[in-house]
Structure formats: C-alpha cells, structure tokens
Design a protein. Structure first.
Length: 473
C-alpha cells in the first residue's frame, strides 16, 4: 500500500513538473534572443569548431620547428638464417697446411693431397639480435616549416573572420524574426481592438433597436461587421503563432515551448550618414568582404608554402644505440653513438611544384574577382537601402497624419450615428480605415527597423559583446 502511494505521489510530481514547464512561458528580450541564437545556431557551431581546428593547426605548425626525440627498439630471431656463397674455409686451410709442409720438406710433395676449392653456402649471422636507439633531431633551416607557421596563422585569422560573419548574419536574422513576431503581435492587438469596437457598436445598436430608435437593418449591419472581423482575428492569431514558431526555429528552441516577447516596434529617426560614407564603411568593415580578403591572404600564404619546396632543408641530428647479437640469449652487447647534419633538396619532381604554385596563383586571381564583384554588390545594396530608408521616412510622416485623420473620422462617424445623421456604413468604413492606417504604419516601422539593421550588417556595425560569446572563448 505504501509502495503504491509513493508511486502515485511520484507520478503526480513528474506530471505537475511537466505541466508547469509547458505552462510557464519564457520571457525573451531582443538581447536575450540574440544570445540564445548565437549559442544554438548550427552554422556558428560549425564555424566555432573550425576556429578551434585552426588554433590547433597553429600549434601543430610550431611543433615542426621544435626538436624531435624518437626512441625505437627491435628484437629479431631468424627462423632460417640467411646464406651466402663463399669459398670453403676447410679446403683453403687444408691446402695452406699441406703447402707449408711441402715447402718445409716435412712431407714429400704430393699434389693429390690438395682439395679442390669451391664456393659453398655459409651463414655469418647469429639467430637472435636486438637494438635500441634514441635519436634527437632539430630543424636548423626549412622554409616550408617557417611558411607553414605563417600560413597557419593566416588560416586562424580566416576562421575567426568567418565565425564573426556567421555571428553577424545570425544577429540580423534574429532581429528580423524578433521584430517580425512583434509586428504580428501588434497587428493582432489592433485587430482585437477593432473587433471590440465592433462588438461595442453592435451592443449599442442592439440596445437602441430595442428602444425603437434604430431600424433592424442597422442592427444587422453591426452584427455582420462583428462577424466579418472575427475571422481576421483568428487569422492574426494564427499569424502570430507562425511568427513565434519561426522565431523559435531561429533561436533553436523547442516548438512546444511557450515564449513571451518583451519589446516594441518603435520608430526612432536615425541620423544617417552620406551615401559615400556608408559605402566606405561597408568596403572597410563588411564581415563577408573581410572573410574574402582573409581567404585571399590564405591563398597567398599557400603560394609561399608551396614555393618553399624549392629550398633545402638542413637538420642536425644525434643518436645513441645499444645493440646485441647471439645464437642463444647470452648476448654480446655493444654501443654506438653518432651526430651529424642532414641536407636535403629536391632537384626535380616532374614540375609538380611549379604546377601547384600556378594553381595557387589562379585561386588568388579567382578570389580577387570575387572580391571585386562583392564590392559592387555591397555598393549597390547600400544605395538601394538608403533610397528605401528615405522613402520609408516620408511614408511614416504621412502615416502618422493618416492615423490621426482616420481616428478623427472614426470618432465623427460614431458621433454622427448617435446624433442620427450618420449610418452604420460610415462606422464600418472608418473603422476599417483606422485599422488599415495603424497596420500600415506598423509594417512601415518594421520595414524601417529591418532596413537599418541590414545597413548595419552591410557596414559591419555590430555590438562587440556578441563576438565575445564565441570568438574570444
């Protein structure tokens, strides 16, 4: 009984935790949204890993300039000893002995005593051998090693700039998604206000109809207005949910998680620079352009690295060996040591190095063309965005006045109807005009904010605190 009670209580706690987790919504500001996106974006994670790899490559490159110390040990046993043809020592010794005896007249000379000298297979190796060697080597000169260190450093700069470019793109996409959700939120609010106004108007007309002060036709029109706006409210709610899901996708959040946005679509008249100043800023600071420039530097570094194969390598070395041989395990041991210099240079390799260098130079030329093309693109984008900003600013000024006019028209239509000089059609039209005016202004403000953010992205204007999240870790 106690066990069942514990299981029941545990299930209740787990279920309650799940409910609380899904009911309590997370409050998200623009800054927190950007931080979440930077930490979860897949492209940034890949770029971060590439930067870590580049930093490791720099350490590896320096490692080639450090001395190397190697230890080797070997034991070998011949299952069948190697043989070689060699004159028969027995015949040679026998013939030499008889030759001395005959010469000294100790024996009468008899040439039949001489044995024929033939080559026979003999072994001069012992069955077991071992050796241990310690060798120290230090590069004294190697252009490839020095250029490798330089190339690795340029590669790290390229990886860092690529990561910054990914962060900048993520920040821009997050801002657009965040403000897009705020736009949907505000439009829903405007639509609900219009729906509430229509509902209040219907209630008033219905009350007046009961008193016999207005015709049934007016009541019907007022009710139709309410029902016409209701689907729009549902559609705006659906649009807001879609915008939130898109934002959660950008932030890498679970789609089931509830979020509340803290912020507002606020128009702030920015002090803009001249077109030439923006273009100069973009050409100097654009993150994608900087990445391409570092890519060009890296391609140049690869040229120097491949050209280094033309130069010699000089290295100092020293080794110490301890060895032994035996037909059994009773080894005869001996030692040896040696120091020296090693000089090596390639004299001919089928023109491979020159062809590799040629390919590297072509890669640099391709990058130059890409940089030139991208500069033209940035210049065109800056001009287009500034023209768009001027148009938006003019629209906002007109829309502010339009909202005031629409609000006044709506108030007058309400007043005219109460005084009996107006009709429901005037109220419907003025309400629709007011809702459309407010919606148009919100969309224009969103367009203005997005365009300013795009200009900041093009000119490399991004808060440095976002770089510290990943780049300086």
């Amino acid at each position: 009984m106690q066990t069942q009670l514990k299981l029941f209580l545990f299930s209740v706690i787990v279920f309650s935790s799940f409910i609380v987790q899904n009911v309590i919504a997370r409050d998200i500001t623009l800054d927190s949204a950007i931080t979440i996106a930077i930490n979860s974006n897949k492209d940034i994670k890949i770029a971060t890993l590439e930067l870590d790899r580049a930093r490791s490559a720099v350490k590896e490159a320096y490692g080639y300039a450090y001395p190397t110390l190697d230890f080797t040990a070997q034991f070998s046993h011949f299952l069948q000893k190697p043989m070689m043809a060699f004159p028969d020592f027995y015949s040679l010794l026998t013939n030499a002995a008889y030759g001395i005896l005959f010469k000294e007249k100790l024996l009468p000379e008899d040439k039949s005593k001489y044995l024929p000298v033939q080559d026979i297979l003999q072994s001069f190796t012992l069955a077991n051998s071992y050796s241990t060697t310690v060798q120290l080597q230090q590069i004294l000169f190697s252009s490839a090693v020095f250029q490798g260190i330089s190339s690795a450093g340029v590669y790290e700069q390229l990886a860092r700039e690529s990561l910054i470019s990914k962060i900048s793109t993520t920040v821009l996409n997050t801002k657009k998604a965040f403000y897009g959700t705020l736009l949907s939120q505000e439009i829903l609010k405007i639509t609900k206000e219009s729906f509430e106004n229509a509902q209040k108007n219907f209630d008033n007309v219905k009350a007046l109809q009961k008193q016999g002060m207005v015709a049934e036709f007016d009541a019907l029109r007022a009710e139709v207005q309410v029902e016409n706006i209701r689907p729009t409210v549902y559609q705006m709610e659906s649009n807001l949910e879609t915008a939130k899901n898109n934002l959660k996708l950008v932030l890498g959040l679970d789609q089931s998680e509830e979020i509340n946005l803290e912020g507002e679509l606020k128009y702030e008249d920015k002090q803009l620079l001249s077109e030439d100043e923006y273009i100069k800023l973009a050409l100097d600071n654009n993150f994608d352009l900087q990445t391409m420039k570092y890519s060009r530097n890296f391609n140049n570094a690869l040229i120097d690295l491949d050209v280094a194969n033309y130069y010699p390598t000089i290295a100092a070395f020293g080794n110490y060996s301890f060895q032994g041989t035996a037909d059994n395990l009773n080894f005869q041991n001996y030692r040896q040591s040696m120091i020296g210099l090693n000089f090596s240079i390639n004299l001919f390799n089928g023109f491979r190095t020159s062809r590799i260098v040629e390919q590297d130079k072509i890669a640099v030329m391709k990058t130059d063309e890409s940089i030139s093309q991208y500069k033209d693109f940035i210049t065109a984008q800056i001009k287009s965005k500034l023209t768009e900003i001027k148009k938006i600013q003019a629209n906002i000024e007109a829309q502010n006045r339009n909202i005031d006019l629409a609000q006044r028209a709506y108030d007058i239509s309400q007043l005219r109807y109460k005084e009996g000089t107006g009709n429901q059609l005037e109220i419907e039209n003025s309400d629709l005009a007011l809702r459309q005016a407010k919606t148009n202004r919100l969309q224009t403000v969103y367009q203005y904010i997005s365009t300013i953010d795009e200009i900041n992205n093009l000119t490399g204007n991004l808060d440095k605190k976002y770089f510290k999240i990943k780049v300086e870790n």
